[in-house]
Design a protein around this ligand. Structure first.
Ligand code: BG6
Length: 255
């Protein structure tokens, strides 16, 4: 019954906390790989966590992806927190789905009765062009605000899936695989120990910034993302991890 299921999940959470050395893990019932509606539950749960930690005048950083898109969709309309600013954590690091981080920022800002700013940086832009863009006051001040993110909510992806989504070349995809990349988050590709294998050429949040943000919420669903999640858990032991049961059980199998 229901009580048994709740107990089972909190056992699972406790085991994971110990194994991953993380303080805050929340497991949503179900496996996204078998039931796509689980993503809505993750979105609802993430919304609750965001509303719990966010305060007046905070800067909320977000990333793109299908999981984050669900967070925006499931976020209830609320005007209880004043003057929220929502920002994409990094500039355009991919095609279709990811450039949606701008949409997601706008949607969440609308739901929270706040403001948003957009970061328009083309994909795979060269270093020189990037440096030139950085001279613009508008972009400079946006990057400054990104460095002041109070609450970050980000999607966790598989390295191979994200490399494909971003149209990386076959050579780079091979290198990522050879060097053991399993995870991708906010433009970085990591191995299972959370070590950087590659970084996307863009601007915004970097790993150092990530480590000093007050509240960080990582979200992911599906057993297929188990290793990707293990890698992220190695980055900081005080992040909040919000995953589905499918991913949680597979993590136990992998460790
Ligand atoms: C991207 C984030 O937008 O979403 C990545 O920038 C993350 O950090 C990815 O890996 C996850 O995507 P999805 O669609 O699986 O939620």
């Amino acid at each position: 019954g229901f009580i048994y299921q709740l107990k089972g999940l909190s056992n699972l959470e406790d085991k994971l906390k110990e194994l991953l050395n993380l303080k805050n893990i929340f497991v949503v019932p179900g496996n996204f790989d078998k039931d796509e509606y689980i993503l809505s539950d993750i979105g609802k749960e993430a919304s609750k966590h965001i509303l719990n930690v966010i305060k007046d005048n905070n800067i909320l950083g977000i990333t793109g992806g299908t999981t984050m898109a669900k967070v925006a969709e499931e976020m209830p309309k609320s005007n209880s927190i004043k003057d929220i600013l929502v920002l994409p954590a990094r500039g355009g690091i991919g095609k279709s789905l990811e450039t949606q981080s701008n949409n997601i920022a706008a949607n969440i800002a609308y739901k929270l009765d706040g403001k948003y700013k957009l970061l328009h940086i083309p994909d795979n832009i060269g270093k020189e062009a990037l440096d030139t863009l950085m001279q613009f006051d508008e972009i400079k001040s946006l990057i400054d605000s990104i460095k002041k993110i109070d609450v970050l909510v980000f999607g966790i992806g598989r390295s191979d899936t994200m490399a494909e989504r971003r149209n990386l070349s076959k050579d780079i995809i091979d290198i990522l695989e050879k060097e053991g990349a399993v995870s991708e988050a906010f433009g970085y590709y990591f191995n299972i120990n959370g070590e950087i294998i590659r970084e996307s050429n863009t601007v915004g949040l970097n790993l150092e910034d990530f480590k000093s943000i007050r509240n960080v919420i990582g979200i992911a669903a599906g057993a297929q993302k188990a290793e990707a999640i293990i890698a992220i858990a190695a980055l900081r032991n005080d992040i909040t991890l919000l995953i589905d049961e499918g991913a949680a059980k597979e993590i136990l199998n992998k460790i």
